[in-house]
Write a protein that binds this ligand. Structure first.
Ligand SMILES: [Zn+2]
Length: 397
């Protein structure tokens, strides 16, 4: 936190490079939050949720920009790897990291890639399912009310919940493709992923052009954020300014909202987004604590909701009367998950059948093509049996 306060004094451009190196510190800290199970909503929080619903009802064309962090994924069971005692922490500790964040340090990765491979094995997309809040985001997309999601998470759960690629900006990259840490050559996802099934992992994927290591396109310490982050935010902030021009009558029904959820807003440049929101745009923060610009430069129109993200989604859905659509999405997800499980079981069964059939085929082929060997073996077996029975009879004496 001290580091963050210091860097927060720098102008945004200067912070960008230095603080992009710090985002995993906060990612890890945020991930250390406990799994949301229940939350007590204060009267202020209840009022804020009602006000958000009232805004969306009275501005039926209002699109929303979401800015999200690790807090929206903790209920998905993303491992808490910061606190001592978790499986992942122990895994990393066994690998003798000099400090936990070293796992996301390019220089350390270059000298010892195993800890990152171990972590990637745990966190790889597909190991977790989206939370209620992720499905709540999909509800906004289905209603054409989603302008964009800016996420600090690398778990790709937004995409897994069905959010369109053009509507989500993964500020800290993702596992979607890989690149060489030396020459930058791009490689497909499976090049890295295929190594993760090895146990133990013996060697590491290298570039066929320069023989350096390859890693997924998630942002490590000292690496720049993807260009799409600043390019899209530049477009979206311009859009926000245009939407709040009171001279344009069509804007009256479309006054946008920006909702910041599940983030400690301590990691730059992501944390500077809320302060760059035009003052005429209503900002919402949903987090257990009031943080970042919502704390230091509170605006009169700010709304703060001290709830876990899933509870916030449930309450807002209820206020908006969207329960039927929300339940449909949740049920569809359950069916998809069940279907996937069934498909996997079918595949396993097919593979078992295939292997049995193959063994039978090989057996009959052996019979047809190797009669001499078989006869020879039978003779050997008979000899062995004779020897054995002689031995047994002598043993019994
Ligand atoms: Zn290379």
């Amino acid at each position: 936190m001290v580091k963050t306060t210091f860097f927060a004094c720098l102008p945004p451009i200067s912070r960008c490079h230095f603080l992009s190196t710090l985002h995993y510190t906060t990612l890890l800290l945020s991930a250390a939050m406990s799994v949301p199970t229940a939350a007590v909503a204060s009267a202020t929080t209840d009022m804020s949720v009602k006000k958000i619903a009232a805004h969306l009802k009275s501005h039926p064309g209002a699109e929303v920009i979401f800015m999200v962090g690790a807090g929206i994924s903790t209920s998905c069971g993303i491992p808490d790897f910061r606190s001592p005692g978790t499986g992942l922490y122990h895994n990393l500790a066994r690998l003798r990291l000099p400090y936990p964040e070293a796992v996301f340090d390019v220089d350390f990765f270059q000298s010892n890639p195993l800890p990152f491979y171990t972590l990637a094995k745990e966190l790889y997309p597909g190991n977790f399912e989206p939370s209620k809040f992720h499905h709540f985001l999909k509800l906004f997309q289905d209603r054409n009310l989603l302008r964009r999601i800016y996420t600090q998470n690398i778990d790709t759960l937004e995409r897994q919940a069905g959010i369109r690629d053009d509507l989500v900006i993964e500020a800290h990259g993702s596992f979607a493709h890989c690149h060489c840490i030396e020459c930058g050559k791009i490689f497909p996802q499976h090049v890295f992923k295929s190594k993760l099934s090895e146990d133990p992992i013996k060697d590491f994927v290298k570039c066929d052009a320069c023989d350096e290591l390859i890693k997924p396109a998630i942002v490590f310490f000292g690496e720049d954020l993807p260009d799409s982050f600043s390019e899209t935010w530049s477009k979206d902030s311009k859009w926000l300014r245009e939407k709040t021009r009171t001279s344009n009558k069509s804007n009256q029904d479309q006054e946008p909202l920006v909702i910041v959820v599940g983030t400690s807003l301590a990691v730059y440049p992501f944390a500077s987004l809320p302060e760059e929101i035009p003052r005429k745009v209503k900002r919402v923060l949903c987090n257990l604590e009031t943080v970042g610009d919502f704390k230091t430069n509170k605006r009169p129109t700010d709304l703060v909701v001290n709830l876990y993200s899933d509870a916030f989604a449930e309450q807002l859905v209820e206020e908006l009367g969207w329960q039927d659509d929300f339940n449909k999405i949740l049920r569809a997800q359950t069916v998809i998950t069940d279907n996937l499980k069934e498909q996997l079981l079918d595949i396993v069964q097919d593979l078992e059948d295939l292997s049995l059939t193959k063994t039978e085929d090989e057996h009959s082929r052996d019979k047809d093509t190797q009669p001499q060997t078989k006869v020879h073996n039978q003779e050997e077996d008979a000899e062995e049996e004779d020897k054995s029975s002689t031995k047994n009879s002598s043993d019994n004496k």
